[in-house]
Design a binder for this molecule. Sequence first.
Ligand SMILES: [Fe+2]
Length: 395
Amino acid sequence: MKILYYKLRAILVTKLLRWIPRNAPLVLKGENSSLQLADQLSLLGYHNVLLVTDTILRELGVLNELLATLQRNGAEVSVYDGVLPDPAFDQVQAGEKIYRENNCDAIFAVGGGSVLDAAKMISMLHTNPGELKSFAGIQPCKYAGAPLFVAPTTAGTGSEITFAAIITDPVSHDKQPIIDSKMIPSYVALDPQLMRGMPPAVTAASGMDALTHAVESYLSKASTAQTELQAIAAVKLVFDNLVRAYRDGDDMEARDAMAMAAFYAGAAFGKTSVGYVHGIAHQLGRVCGTPHGNANAMVLPEVLRAYGSCVDSRLAVLARAVDMQGDSDAELASQFIESIVAMRAQMEMPTQPKGLKTEDIALITRQALAEAGSLYPVPRYMKAAEIREIVGALV
Ligand SMILES: [Fe+2]
């Protein structure tokens, strides 16, 4: 009965994902594209900018050149650097207050997924004033947000192209997803220079997040010809470049490719949603505080194995795309899964969440099943015992 409910939900989610209208952003890419975007901002006639970021990036001096470029072009710049990981309502409100009080006319966000999510919500809150609690759900905003320019400093979340933001309610500590196509930034710079300082562990985690987006999107029942091409491109780019970027953070070619991988994966999963890997990873984040990319990496191969033969032909396509050879789809699928295990090991990624207890397994299993069942058009609905086995192996 529950599986029937999940199947009906999946049809609904698929239709909704396809129905939501969205505009594609203008994208600049390559070294120093964030500075070119700053030039474009002035050309477009914006003169009073709110720069949204976090204190670490500001102190590292990552923004110095960007700030200088904006100011050289005659723009007034206010800086809000108070965004924390998993941003909460108060950070969105604080950023919007600075935007409003300084009569800003555009937002330029530089940072990882948290900064980009906060900036998206600052943009929406400014033109749709109200309680942030009321933004929960799908297409909650009536008006387009403040003009939003973004330059990601990590290559993973795809937040620069997705129409979702996750903001934490400071009272209930619930992570509130807000889904509105008006949140997609209008201008994006994929600048590998901004990613140069990303530590190897963050490079690995964010890259595995991008890979998970691409693989789960490709396996989604909501995939389309377009999302499949985007997902395959992202998988190829990750396989060719993630370990390179992990080993040498100054390898600008690898950084550039990973920025594209995250972008393509984000574009794909924005239309197809994800699957059980994310369903489990979100619970690991909630219960153990496991960083999202690490949590995905801990269970991606295991979930793919658990799907079994129903995903063999799909995984075989991905395997062939990364030049693997085999006599059957099953053999290629197995090679593909094992290569993810190898990649995880090459980057010395953690394989167990800190603090996970045996008594947490039941709750994580229940919530992962509910999340994936009600939100993700997965290739096959799993039984509780299958999820329990995957989560139990992490203790
Ligand atoms: Fe993710």
